[in-house]
Design a protein around this ligand. Structure first.
Ligand code: AMP
Ligand code: MG
Length: 363
């Protein structure tokens, strides 16, 4: 098995961060039944269905309320399994894995959509978001777990393989070709947010008015809780000292965090994490411990959380100033100070004293 016990424990911990909403209870009442791995609970008119699975390198939970909750959760599970195989960069029998092996191929609808969104984000973020970082992810050992700081010469040799202008993509035909050998797509920075967006579509199809998915700490919610109140999502403390930094109250939103704590190793007293700056080929060092993006579109939230982490403290704020109609965010700086954009001012509760509100300059 690829994943050690410790990873399971940490994923369980991350998943526990949706406050008072998932309540994975060990004992079932007489109104509960278990079908496959889906737990179904009938509460008067409302049926609750819930499933937990391990996919995309992480522990995931899907919860839905409604008369068709069970069907919705089942389809969501299938969607996750399908996208996991389709989009996995290293798989030998998935579409993206095959494209990576062959250096060319045809893209199905999901892959084509994600590629196009990724190219668009690459441009909008001035290259901070780059789905071609896989050769460097491999070199740093973030794929195998055999971590090592590569020599500068190796980084210099691999950086040209991350050049998106060397990807030839025909959007009409859905055909892709890498112009240099060894180039590889890595949707790791955007796939989970896309997956949670797809699950929201499934919830919509099955008339689920209230539901939540938690894909390894990346959360997206449909509607409000069944009692009419907002979902409460805990924002993780990137330093791991507190259980969470604060609680965000949201409805119909994705809440997606990127942090330098997720995959990290230490060499000669220096910590190295898995979010790479495409300009240097090294872990981004922009003065941030984590970036949380809040918006309706899970794909955008995931792509932006990675991008703004790469951009760093100053540039992330400038980006928000120019795109504040698209998203809100919570930045945690290296010194522990929390910066919250004004749209979340009334939605974020925290015991921390160092919380600043970022406001639009031109108001
Ligand atoms: P996230 O946790 O969403 O920030 O995604 C981190 C993952 O995105 C990494 O594990 C890589 O697979 C990938 N990645 C690393 N650096 C970048 C980058 N600059 N742009 C896009 N994806 C990246
Ligand atoms: Mg991301």
């Amino acid at each position: 098995m690829k994943y050690g016990k410790n990873r399971w424990i940490s994923y369980l911990w991350i998943a526990g961060i949706v406050i008072g909403s998932l309540g994975l209870s060990g004992c079932k009442s007489s109104s509960q039944k278990e079908e496959g791995s889906i737990v179904v609970e009938n509460k008067g008119k409302k049926t609750k269905a819930e499933a937990s699975i391990f996919a995309m390198d992480t522990f995931m939970t899907i919860t839905a309320y409604g008369t068709q909750a069970e069907e919705a959760v089942q389809e969501a599970q299938h969607e996750i399994e399908y996208l996991d195989q389709l989009l996995s960069a290293g798989s030998s029998d998935g579409e993206v894995g095959e494209i990576n092996q062959n250096g060319f191929g045809s893209c199905s609808q999901d892959t084509a959509y994600l590629l196009e969104r990724s190219f668009e984000l690459h441009e909008k973020t001035d290259g901070a978001f780059n789905v071609m970082m896989y050769p460097l992810m491999e070199k740093w050992g973030f794929i195998s777990g055999d971590y090592k700081v590569p020599p500068q010469e190796a980084i210099d040799r691999l950086l040209p393989l991350t050049d998106i202008s060397k990807v030839s993509y025909d959007s009409k035909e859905g055909k892709i070709q890498f112009l240099e050998k060894g180039m590889k797509i890595d949707f790791g920075g955007i796939a989970k947010g896309y997956t949670s967006s797809c699950i929201m579509d499934i919830f919509e199809q099955y008339n689920i008015s209230s539901g939540i998915v938690n894909l390894g700490g990346n959360v997206q919610v449909k509607g409000k809780k069944t009692d009419g109140s907002d979902w409460r999502v805990g924002i993780r403390d990137p330093k791991g000292e507190k259980e969470y930094l604060g609680i965000l109250s949201v409805s119909d939103k994705a809440v997606i965090t990127s942090g330098g704590y997720e995959r990290v190793f230490e060499e000669n007293g220096v910590k190295y994490h898995h979010i790479l700056d495409p300009k240097t080929g090294k872990p981004a060092q922009g003065g941030l411990d984590s970036v949380t993006i809040v918006c309706e579109d899970g794909t955008l939230a995931d792509g932006l959380s990675t991008s703004l982490f790469v951009m760093g403290f100053e540039e992330a704020q400038n980006y928000w100033m120019d795109h504040s109609n698209e998203f809100d965010m919570i930045l945690v700086a290296n010194d522990g100070t929390i910066y919250v954009t004004e749209g979340l001012e009334d939605k974020f509760e925290s015991q921390m004293t160092k919380v600043h509100i970022i406001r639009q300059k031109n108001k």
